[in-house]
Design a protein around this ligand. Structure first.
Ligand SMILES: [Zn+2]
Length: 264
């Protein structure tokens, strides 16, 4: 089976035109005519992931984050990006990225997966794109209701358990019950005004900077769970989407922990 059949299927679920303007989702390295021998699914493409693909006989990497965002002027292997691309080409491995187009869909998207893990009901896109048909079903972030409201401290424990977190960063607790939960996998800080306007009690995302935490302003509890941690279930999501459709090649979830951030 050619790679095009897989990318057509994934783009039927998460069309490329739903990606953000800064993004670079799609086939990044390789040809659509590649005959698929095996697929390796990861959040990031790194030299270690390419090595793993070689070892398990996969010639396609399906990653959430695009390895290339902007133009490369030299490919000398001096950065991890250049090295990854060289390793991929030398080993005939294609790299495909399904990024903000997967973030922005309501069904089977990154945020839908987080909402599922947290058991949120009555979910809606937090910031729908108004120029897309069908409106309301494409856009950033997600908001939903906990089936059973929790105290803030109990919610933090619940969140750590469901998202497999060692530690979370959060703003001052407001002595309120947590019922309405807004989420955005990855760098979702730009959605804070939407989360507040929608009446969310907490906003779960990642990549918050020190001064940005002040923007909670007594109106909401911001919880930064880490970028990798917020998106880790995207690997399971992609694995399920690919394996429930195709059985004529092996798909594998990566065993490489590509999180560049470590905790001690
Ligand atoms: Zn991300």
């Amino acid at each position: 089976m050619q790679l095009k059949e897989l990318t057509d299927y994934l783009e039927g679920i998460a069309p490329l035109q739903y990606q953000e303007s800064y993004d670079n989702a799609g086939l990044i390295v390789g040809s659509h005519e590649t005959e698929i021998k095996g697929v390796l699914i990861s959040l990031d493409t790194t030299p270690e992931v390419i090595k793993e693909a070689v070892e398990i006989g996969a010639n396609v990497v399906v990653a959430h984050h695009p390895i290339i965002f902007s133009g490369l002027k030299k490919i000398n292997g001096k950065t991890y990006i250049e090295k990854t691309i060289i390793d991929a080409i030398q080993n005939n491995i294609a790299i495909y990225a399904i990024h903000t187009n997967l973030d922005n869909i309501y069904v089977n998207g990154v945020n839908a997966k987080i909402a599922e893990k947290l058991g949120l009901a009555e979910t809606k896109i937090l910031a729908p794109k108004l120029d897309v048909d069908p409106s309301g079903n494409v856009g950033s972030g997600m908001i939903g209701q906990l089936e059973k409201p929790l105290s803030e401290i109990d919610f933090l424990d619940y969140l750590k358990d469901k998202m497999r977190l060692k530690v979370v960063k959060h703003t001052t607790k407001l002595s309120k019950t947590v019922r309405t939960v807004a989420v955005c996998g990855g760098s979702g800080g730009f959605l804070l005004p939407n989360a507040i306007a929608a009446g969310a009690d907490v906003f779960i995302t990642a990549d918050y900077k020190y001064h940005e935490f002040f923007d909670a302003n007594g109106q909401i509890v911001i919880i930064d769970i880490g970028h990798y941690e917020s998106e880790r279930y995207t690997i399971d999501l992609l694995y399920k989407l690919i394996t429930e459709k195709f059985s004529n090649f092996a798909a594998h979830s990566t065993n490489v922990d590509t999180n560049p951030i470590k905790y001690h």
